[in-house]
Design a protein around this ligand. Structure first.
Ligand SMILES: *[C@@H]1O[C@H](CO)[C@@H](O)[C@H](O)[C@H]1NC(C)=O
Ligand SMILES: *[C@@H]1O[C@H](CO)[C@@H](O)[C@H](O)[C@H]1NC(C)=O
Ligand SMILES: *[C@@H]1O[C@H](CO)[C@@H](O)[C@H](O)[C@H]1NC(C)=O
Ligand SMILES: *[C@@H]1O[C@H](CO)[C@@H](O)[C@H](O)[C@H]1NC(C)=O
Length: 374
C-alpha cells in the first residue's frame, strides 16, 4: 500500500512537472509553437468529419502534416492545448483570458451575431499561463472557445463550414506583460478571464485587460498608442513580431503598416464576404494583393470566400533584397470597418512556415482588377 501510495505521489509530482502550460501537438508533446489550417468543408464531401479536418505545422516539422482526426477531438493539438483551460480549472494559480468579437453565448446553439457596430477590437484569442509560462493562441473562429465553467473543450459548429487559422506560441512569463500591453491597444471583447493576485502584480497590463471586462464599462486610464509592434520571444527562443492596432489607427493594417515595416510585399487572405472590402493596393511602394484561390498543403483548391482565416505571406523568400519570407496570422480583415477596429497579427520569418503558406496562395486579385497567379 505504501509503495502504491508513494508511486501515486511520484506520478502526480512528475505529472505536474512534465505538463507545463504550453502549446501541444497531435501526439501530446509540448511544442514551442504551431500553426493550424482548418480546411473548409469541401463541397460534396461525405466524411463525418468534413469541415473539421486540418493541417498542422509545428516547430521542427518540414511542412504541413495532416491533422489527426477532427479538430473537435480533445486529443488533437487544439483540443489538448485549449483543453488545459478546463483541466486547470481548479488551479487557482493559473491565469487566463478569452476574447472574441463573436463570443459564445451561455447556451449551446448560440446565434452567430457579427458584432459589426461595436468599437471593441475585431480580435479573437486565448491566453493561459502560470507563474512559469503559458501560451497565446490567436485565431479566427467565431464563438470559440467555450467559457471555462463549461468544463470541457469542443470545437463549435460555427467554425465548421469555412477555413480557419490558429497560431499558438508558448511564451515565458515575462512575455505576458508585453502581450497584455498589446491587448490593451486592441481593446478586445473579453468574455471570460481570471488573473489571480499572485500573477496580477507581475502582469499589471494583463490584469487591466481582465479588470476592464469585469468592471463593465469605462475605466478611465492613460491614453494608449494607436498601434505598436513588438518582438515576442517564445519559450524556445524564436522571435515573433506582434502588430497591434487600436480603433484610432484608422487605416489598413497590411498596406499602411505591416508591409512597410517588414519591407515586404504581401499576399493577404481574409474574409472577403464582409462589407467594404479593400481592393489590392500597389501604391506607396508595396504590393498588397488580395488572395482569391487557395490550396494549403496540396489538399484541395477553394475560394477565399470559403475561408474565414486572416493571414498574409511575402511573395518572395527571405534573402531577397526587399525583405521576404514572412508569414503573419491574425484577426484583421482588409475592409473599411476594420480600419477603425482593434486587432492585429503575429508574424514570423521562417523558411518552412513561409513555404507552407506561400504555396497555398494560388490566385490573387491584380492591382486595378483582374485575376493573376499570385
Ligand atoms: C519544439 O518545441 C518543444 C517545446 O519547446 C521542444 O521540446 C522541442 O525540442 C522543439 N522541437 C524542435 C525540433 O525544435
Ligand atoms: C464535438 O463533439 C461533441 C462531443 O462529442 C459533440 O456533441 C459535438 O456535436 C461535436 N461538434 C462538432 C462541430 O462536430
Ligand atoms: C504605427 O503605424 C505607423 C504606420 O501607420 C508606423 O509608421 C509607426 O511606426 C507605428 N507605430 C509603432 C509604435 O509601431
Ligand atoms: C491604396 O492605399 C492608399 C494609401 O492608403 C490609398 O490612398 C488608396 O486609396 C488605396 N487605393 C485603393 C485602390 O484602395
Amino acid at each position: 500500500m505504501l509503495v502504491f501510495l508513494s508511486w501515486m505521489i511520484l506520478c502526480v509530482l512528475l505529472g505536474s512537472e512534465a505538463s507545463p502550460i504550453s502549446c501541444y501537438n497531435d501526439g501530446g508533446d509540448a511544442t514551442d509553437w504551431f500553426y493550424i489550417y482548418k480546411l473548409p468543408k469541401e463541397h460534396g464531401r461525405k466524411s463525418p468529419i468534413a469541415g473539421e479536418m486540418y493541417l498542422l505545422l509545428e516547430n521542427g516539422s518540414e511542412g504541413w502534416t495532416e491533422g489527426k482526426g477532427s479538430l473537435n477531438d480533445t486529443t488533437g493539438a487544439l483540443g489538448r492545448t485549449v483543453g488545459q483551460l478546463y483541466s486547470q480549472g481548479k488551479n487557482t494559480e493559473v491565469a487566463y483570458i478569452l476574447y472574441n468579437d463573436q463570443e459564445p453565448s451561455e447556451d449551446f446553439g448560440a446565434k452567430l451575431v457579427e458584432n459589426g457596430e461595436s468599437r471593441a477590437g475585431h480580435t479573437k484569442g486565448v491566453l493561459l499561463l502560470d507563474k512559469n509560462q503559458g501560451f497565446w493562441l490567436v485565431h479566427s473562429t467565431p464563438l470559440f472557445p467555450a467559457t471555462q465553467k463549461t468544463g470541457q473543450y469542443y470545437y463549435p459548429s460555427s467554425g465548421v463550414i469555412n477555413g480557419q487559422n490558429f497560431i499558438c506560441v508558448t511564451y515565458p512569463l515575462d512575455a505576458f506583460q508585453t502581450i497584455g500591453e498589446q491587448l490593451q491597444i486592441n481593446e478586445p471583447n473579453v468574455y471570460d478571464c481570471n488573473i489571480p493576485e499572485s500573477l496580477a502584480s507581475l502582469l499589471p497590463a494583463l490584469a487591466d485587460v481582465c479588470r476592464k471586462h469585469l468592471s463593465s464599462q469605462i475605466v478611465p486610464r492613460v491614453k494608449l498608442a494607436s498601434n505598436r509592434s513588438v518582438t515576442l520571444t517564445s519559450q524556445g527562443g524564436t522571435n515573433f513580431i506582434s502588430f497591434a492596432k487600436g480603433a484610432l489607427f484608422d487605416d489598413d493594417l497590411y498596406h499602411a503598416w505591416v508591409a512597410p515595416t517588414l519591407k515586404s510585399d504581401l499576399l493577404v487572405q481574409f474574409w472577403i464576404r464582409s462589407r467594404g472590402i479593400l481592393p489590392s493596393n500597389c501604391s506607396l511602394g508595396w504590393k498588397v494583393l488580395d488572395i482569391t484561390r487557395i490550396n494549403p498543403g496540396d489538399t484541395f483548391t477553394f475560394k477565399a470566400s470559403q475561408d474565414h482565416s486572416k493571414w498574409a505571406v511575402s511573395p518572395k523568400a527571405a534573402g531577397h533584397k526587399s525583405g521576404g519570407g514572412w508569414v503573419c496570422v491574425g484577426d484583421i480583415n482588409r475592409n473599411e470597418a476594420e480600419e477603425k477596429r482593434g486587432g492585429g497579427t503575429v508574424c514570423l520569418q521562417d523558411p518552412v512556415v513561409w513555404k507552407a503558406y506561400r504555396t497555398a496562395a494560388l490566385e490573387c486579385e491584380a492591382c486595378g482588377g483582374g485575376t493573376v497567379q499570385c
